[in-house]
Each structure stands twice: as C-alpha cells, then as structure tokens.
Design a binder for this molecule. Structure first.
Ligand SMILES: [Cu+2]
Length: 150
C-alpha cells in the first residue's frame, strides 16, 4: 500500500476504501492538552498529553518519535522509600472508551537533548500496536510550565 500515491487515492471514494486504508479509516485515538516543559538544551524536557480512545478495544501505545528530541522515551515518575525517581516504560494502554494522561509527576514523555523554543509547536509521532500512527502537535512552554498545570 505504501507505493500508492496520493493522486491514486484521490481518484474516487470507492477506490479509497480498498486502496487507501489509512485515509479511509479514522484514528480511534485523539489527543488534547499536549505540551512540553522546556528548560535548557542540556536538560531533558518533559512532554504531557491526554490520549482519548474512542474505540471499544484497549489500544497499546508502543512509543513516540520526534525530531524535536535527540531521543524520546516513555517514562513514569515514581516515589519509592520516599525517593523520587523515574523509570522507563515499554508501553502504555489507553483503555477502551477511556483516557490515558501523561501529566507532571506521573507518566511523561522524556525528551533527551531537546531542540525546541518556548512559544512554538513541535510534532510528536505516536506509534500504536493496534491503531494508526498519530502525529500530535505539542505546545512548548518554558520554565514556568503550562498555566494551570502542576
Ligand atoms: Cu523522565
């Protein structure tokens, strides 16, 4: 299917259904409140977003990719024996008809070597085990963080 160009996909609705599944099928995952807290290029930036699953099936997020980070990982902040630390997460599940929140103090996108500027947007591509990839624009905030966020 990757070899089929956009022009072919635009020939007709009847063809789209069979030749262009990505165009014909809407993504069951939607996103809102996507933002990064950016401090300095040498300090990892934290990414936060709320993912909504509009389908009747649990959907698994496998990872994220973006040119705005040297490397981007799924992380979780945890407190063990009174010590705050972060652990890597291989995947997270967005429950059927539910939401999954990446938020300060919890799950976050760990952006190593961030390349971003407060006041601009960067795009992060989310890859799912059982849904199409989703490109999500993230608003970049500075040291003060997003107004209203913890
Ligand atoms: Cu982290």
């Amino acid at each position: 299917m990757r070899g089929i160009g956009l022009a072919t996909c635009l020939i007709g609705v009847s063809l789209m259904a069979t030749l262009c599944p990505a165009a014909a099928e809407s993504n069951p995952i939607t996103a809102n409140s996507a933002w990064f807290r950016y401090l300095l290029p040498q300090i990892p930036a934290g990414g936060f977003v709320t993912l909504h699953n509009t389908s009747a099936t649990d959907i698994v997020l496998n990872g994220v990719q973006t040119a705005a980070c040297g490397m981007a990982m799924l992380h979780r902040s945890v407190t063990r024996s009174g010590v705050d630390r972060m652990v890597m997460v291989n995947h997270v599940t967005i429950p059927a008809h539910g939401v999954f929140r990446f938020s300060p103090g919890g799950f976050h996108i760990m952006c190593m070597q961030p390349k971003m500027t407060p006041g601009t947007n960067v795009t992060v591509s989310f890859s799912f085990r059982n849904a199409p990839d989703l490109a999500i624009p993230f608003k970049v905030y500075g040291a003060d963080g997003k107004p209203g966020a913890k």
